[in-house]
Design a protein around this ligand. Structure first.
Ligand code: ZN
Length: 413
């Protein structure tokens, strides 16, 4: 087993290097190019390539840090040293000791990543005209984001350690339940607690846009209670829309950027895609699959951790970086399955969008708009798509719409 995990780690490094080379090379083919040139200008494509290439070096550096940081932290003995240094501040409570240790771990990781974070979410975004933030906005946003994610992580990881301590060797069976509970609570609370921390929401008052959205919702069997608009334009030009609420009674949140850049028909088409996810129970299916996946991962971690942990138990806080490293390796190898399921769901939602709106041209124009607004690199490498992509490549989605057969659906175009 020890040999197995070490081989897997070596394979991880080799694959990461291969992926880096493939990413650099891209996946341009004559077929892809001729389809792309039907909808995009040469200049669009060049700009998108430049955006992709500039992000490239910084993303490699960031991946190396996130791979090297946890094992160095653990095997150098720094983990044990830090826990001892923090000991006097815990007042004899294990939970407090754990919380400050986890917090310190995240602060160090955050500081190491900060230059790259700055490059990605500020410098690069500004260079390409995505970001509307000033430096001050960016600092506030980054600190807020870090605090929220550190807070959630501390609660989640503390709950995991409590489970390790209370359930002994049976933790493998209980941890997936704890994760499931968190996921359900988070999904439920997100619009009420976390969304308001970052966005201002207001009632959606965009006359001409409202009727087509209601029409789409009604057709899908959704009872729309409220339409909200949120101010993504404060941060970026990226566009989105999503439903919240259980059952058929829903509220919809629409990014102001989506309305700014798209026609009412295009926005309705995007909403139909989201309705497709709901119709096919994708959120619930995703949570259920994640639940079963976490059993397998927990079992692998339980087998691997003791081999490298010396005399530490999984319930000792010092082992956190090792746990995190083991998770990085295993989840890398389960990524293709996750991506495959996610892409399948996206195809289903796209199909639903086309069938329910009956409008091929609107589907394509909203895709093209999306790709232009995000400066999406269109010639992604097929192998990278297979391993990582949550959505089918943009050109594939456009081709799917071109090939879509409207016979048997309600409306025709
Ligand atoms: Zn989708």
């Amino acid at each position: 087993m020890k040999f197995f995990f070490i081989s897997l780690t070596v394979l991880y490094v080799v694959l990461r290097i291969i992926f880096t080379l493939l990413d650099r090379k891209g996946g341009k083919t004559p077929e892809k190019e001729s389809l792309a040139l039907k909808y995009f200008s040469k200049e669009d494509l060049e700009k998108a390539k430049e955006y992709h290439d500039r992000g490239f070096r910084a993303s490699v550096a960031r991946k190396i840090i996130s791979f090297v940081f946890p094992p160095v932290f653990f095997f150098s003995g720094f983990s044990v040293y830090l826990l001892n240094v923090l000991h006097p501040f815990s007042f004899g409570y294990l939970t407090i000791q754990g919380a400050i240790f986890i917090l310190s771990y995240f602060i160090l990781e955050f500081l190491l990543n900060l230059p790259f974070q700055y490059y990605f979410s500020f410098a690069l975004e500004h260079k390409f005209g995505f970001s509307n933030m000033t430096v001050k906005d960016w600092i506030i946003y980054t600190l807020k984001q870090f605090s929220v994610s550190a807070f959630l992580n501390i609660i989640l990881i503390s709950a995991a350690y409590l489970t390790f301590r209370k359930t002994g060797a049976n933790w493998v069976w209980f941890i997936p339940l704890v994760l499931l509970a968190f996921e359900l609570i988070f999904t439920f609370l997100y619009p009420y607690i976390f969304l308001p921390l970052f966005y201002k929401k207001s009632n959606f008052e965009q006359g001409e846009y409202t009727a087509p959205i209601f029409e789409v919702a009604e057709k899908s069997g959704i009872k729309l209670k409220k339409l909200f608009q949120i101010n993504e334009s404060k941060y970026s030009k990226h566009t989105n829309a999503f439903f919240t609420g259980f059952g058929p009674e829903k509220s919809i949140y629409i990014f102001d950027t989506l309305v700014k850049n798209n026609s009412p028909e295009e926005v309705a088409s995007v909403v139909a895609h989201e309705a497709g996810h709901w119709k096919h129970h994708h959120v619930l299916k995703g949570i259920a699959l994640g639940f079963f996946g976490s059993f397998i991962i927990a079992w692998l971690v339980a087998l691997t951790f003791p081999l490298f942990a010396g005399n530490l138990l999984v319930s000792n806080f010092e082992g956190l970086p090792l746990l995190s490293f083991i998770l990085t390796i295993y989840t890398f190898f389960t990524a293709p399955l996750d991506s495959f399921i996610s892409r399948k769901m996206e195809v289903t939602a796209d199909t639903y969008e086309l069938a329910s709106t009956g409008k091929r041209e609107v589907f394509i124009s909203s895709m093209v708009r999306l790709a232009k607004d995000n400066k999406s690199y269109l010639y992604t490498n097929d192998f990278l798509t297979f391993w990582f992509a949550s959505h089918p490549p943009m050109l594939k989605r456009i081709q799917m719409a071109l090939d879509f057969d409207f016979r048997g659906t309600t409306e025709k175009k």
